[in-house]
Design a protein around this ligand. Structure first.
Ligand SMILES: [Zn+2]
Length: 312
């Protein structure tokens, strides 16, 4: 039996797990990201956590075939560039640093690519050769599989669909540009539109907390403001997805992330826009599917990155 470690680095938590090539997680642990302002201390803690879980399972570090890491981007290979989620980790070499501390080979992918690999190996993308995984949560991102291999570009950053500028005079994005898809169709964008338009909607005005789920619930109840907010976000997401259809001619688009997973019915608003904006012959074969890996997708993606890193 081959064993692999997966490390899912997020702005809030770092999940570490040991598992098998079939995606079974045998043991896992969690670290709180903000306790490690110093990235090298973070890597020390990750390596110690891997060792601890190995020990609990009766394994040692040498039993691990590889370590896979899913990290917020942008990356330059295995190295972090300036990352909004981990500002003090800028310049940290995740790949060399973890390899040094564990003695194991380390493969690093940006988190959306890792999640795409997770769906490809363990989830809704099994057996597919051409698909794009898109996550819609607080942000929007994607990971690409073409010709039966993951496509990550020269630095590992391919698939930054959330920062395609779709409305040049639009809202300021956290990346510094205006009108990125993420400012139009993410959970954050829906929430922001709802706060801006709350005066027009007794439903929104009465809510204690406004999030994408509440806005979608309002739309289902017939609130016109909520309906128009969800419709506008659906239009822009559909436009973004149509670019993927025309660029990659994929078999499938697999959709994950909280905003999709918590209200999959929203796709009924999104899909007609994808159809309208894509070339018809290219839209026809595209299977639009929901991601299957759910809450554990980050760790599964990191594990899948470890499992596949020699064959991709
Ligand atoms: Zn942006």
């Amino acid at each position: 039996m081959a064993y692999y470690a997966g490390v899912d680095i997020g702005g809030t938590k770092i999940a570490v797990g040991i598992g098998t090539e079939t995606g079974e997680i045998l043991g896992e642990g969690r670290l709180v990201t903000e306790e490690f302002k110093d990235g090298s201390k973070g890597l020390d803690a990750i390596a110690a956590e891997i060792e601890k879980i190995c020990h609990q399972l009766g394994l040692n570090m040498n039993s691990l075939s590889r370590i896979g890491v899913g990290s917020p981007g942008p990356l330059d290979g295995g190295k972090l560039l300036k990352t909004a989620n981990l500002p003090t980790w800028e310049g940290l070499d995740l790949s060399a640093g973890l390899q040094l501390r564990t003695g194991r080979a380390v493969a690093v992918e940006n988190d959306a690519t890792a999640a795409a690999i997770g769906e490809w190996i363990f989830g809704a993308g099994k057996g597919l050769k051409h698909f794009v995984y898109v996550t819609v949560s607080t942000g929007v991102g994607s990971g690409i599989v073409v010709n039966g291999a993951r496509y990550a570009g020269i630095q590992g950053n391919a698939g930054e669909i959330g920062h395609l500028v779709m409305k040049p005079e639009g809202r300021l994005c956290r990346c510094g540009r205006r009108g990125c898809l993420e400012t139009l169709a993410s959970g954050t964008a829906i929430q922001r539109s709802a706060m801006e338009q709350a005066e027009a909607s007794p439903y929104l005005k009465a809510l204690a907390t406004v999030d994408a789920q509440a806005v979608f619930a309002g739309a289902l109840k017939g609130d016109a403001t909520c309906q128009s907010i969800m419709q506008e976000a659906a239009q822009y997401l559909g436009l973004g997805l149509s670019y993927l259809v025309n660029l990659f001619n994929p078999q499938a688009i697999i959709l994950g992330g909280g905003v999709i997973v918590n209200q999959p019915e929203w796709l009924d608003m999104v899909i007609p826009f994808v159809a309208d904006y894509s070339m018809a012959d290219l839209f026809h074969p595209v299977h639009i599917a929901l991601a299957q890996l759910g809450a554990d997708s980050g760790l599964q993606g990191a594990l899948a990155t470890a499992v596949t890193s020699q064959i991709v």
